[in-house]
Design a protein around this ligand. Structure first.
Ligand SMILES: C[S@@+](CC[C@H](N)C(=O)[O-])C[C@H]1O[C@@H](n2cnc3c(N)ncnc32)[C@H](O)[C@@H]1O
Length: 402
């Protein structure tokens, strides 16, 4: 980021810190200006040749032209900066846990037949990405198949949300119209040929399975869970393991059977590992995710250790007496963060002394950490995890105490 003549931030995608570049200022962006990189007059010593053939055309990975060490420093710096902005410059941070090539197991493809890929940067254009370096190979193979001309019901546009589960690919196609019977038969043949575990269709009122060859399954904390179509999963299995380990580590000194709330619990990624030591109150807003967790808990005979509540935490945050019975709270909100819930935690009874904040968005984390700080919470430790290789997102685990 540079500064415009008026001192406001000037964002220039593609430029690196310390470079001298020629820029065409294109208009307002947020509180500053957006610029287009016209020429690199003096390149950064950290500028490298981007490894992916789609770099520049695809909007997915924006930092491949930064040398690996500088890239890791920059990613680590996102958490340093977020906590400093919230007043916690002295929190102890672990080194960045790196991401690996070819491990992304959850993706959203834009389908504009015969193109099936990702959006170009800040544009409605969609580009094929057959050489993508971040996707797990089964997702790449699926994108290739989604280019098949026979899939007429994807025209003129559709979206594909795919999760790689332990029993195979779980695909949701978001379509503009109800497919005709013959088109459904073509889709069923496609599901068979692509060896999908499940194919669901979403006509804007939620995904409905069309074909189930194998029930999608994930093992979380040793418990089998059947994720609903389109379920949230951590973006990589490696990232999930690192996040779960950091969450458990943050609570390692609590006594057995301590009471822990897992807010924004999803299908139980943290709830189920936490239940090995603690009594867990899981809260999740999505009906299908909460139902999948209830079923998994019942089947595993864990109902005496885990309660599951479906609740919208933006409308009804966990507060007051609910928080008073807890020893710790883990929260993992969506990208927009947890402003309302953070305010309730800031005002929590003083018996609650530990929070573990999991975030994929440093900007929202900074805002919510400031809210917690105003309530007397102090960020003491942070673990940055690079789940999103070459993207400006960062997964962070921050431990708050008071
Ligand atoms: C980042 S995901 C985390 C899920 C889970 N912790 C995991 O690691 O798989 C955020 C979760 O928050 C849920 N969610 C989003 N907004 C919510 C709200 N207002 N109240 C409760 N849950 C919400 C989503 O359905 C999603 O499951």
């Amino acid at each position: 980021m540079a500064r415009g003549e008026d001192g406001r931030p000037l964002y220039v995608p593609g430029a690196l810190p310390g470079e001298r570049v020629a820029v065409a200022v294109e208009g307002r962006r947020g509180e500053g200006w957006g610029g287009r990189l016209v020429d690199i007059l003096a390149p950064s010593p950290d500028r490298v040749r981007p490894p992916c053939p789609h770099f520049g055309a695809c909007g997915g990975c924006v930092l491949q032209h930064l040398a690996p060490e500088a890239y890791r420093d920059w990613k680590h710096g996102l958490l340093v900066e977020a906590l400093a902005r919230a007043g916690f410059a002295d929190a102890a941070l672990s080194p960045l846990i790196p991401a690996y090539l070819g491990t992304r197991r959850r993706a959203e493809f834009a389908l504009r037949p015969p193109v099936a890929g990702f959006h170009a940067r800040a544009s409605g254009v969609v580009v094929d990405v057959p050489g993508c370096l971040v996707l797990a190979p089964p997702l790449l193979a699926l994108a290739e198949r989604l280019r098949e001309p026979a899939l007429g019901c994807l025209r003129p546009r559709a979206e594909a949300q795919v999760n790689l589960t332990e029993t195979g690919l779980d695909l949701v196609l978001r379509l503009q119209r109800e497919p005709e019977q013959a088109e459904k038969e073509t889709l069923a043949r496609f599901a068979e040929a692509a060896d999908l575990a499940r194919l669901s269709l979403d006509l804007s009122d939620g995904p409905v399975p069309l074909v189930v060859h194998r029930t999608p399954r994930l093992t979380l904390g040793g418990v089998e869970v059947e994720p609903p179509p389109g379920a949230f999963l951590q973006a990589t299995a490696e990232g999930e393991r690192a996040i779960v380990a950091a969450v458990l580590e943050a609570l390692a000194d609590l006594p057995e059977d301590a009471r822990v709330a897992d807010l924004y619990a999803g299908i139980g990624t943290f709830t189920l590992p936490l239940a090995k030591r603690f009594r867990v109150m899981a809260v999740e807003g999505d009906e299908a995710a909460a139902a999948a967790l209830v079923t998994a808990v019942r089947r595993a005979g864990l109902a005496s250790r885990i309660t599951v509540e479906r609740r919208d935490l933006s409308l009804r945050p966990l507060a007051g007496a609910d928080l008073a019975q807890l020893d710790a709270v883990v929260l993992d909100p969506p990208r927009e963060g947890a402003k309302v819930q953070a305010k309730a935690l800031a005002a929590a009874p003083s018996s609650l002394r530990r929070l573990v904040f999991v975030s994929c968005n440093p900007a929202a984390l900074a805002r919510d950490s400031r809210i917690l700080g105003a309530g007397g919470w102090r960020a003491v430790r942070g673990v940055p995890i690079d789940q999103f290789l070459w993207a400006p997102h960062l997964e962070s685990i921050v431990v708050f105490v008071r």
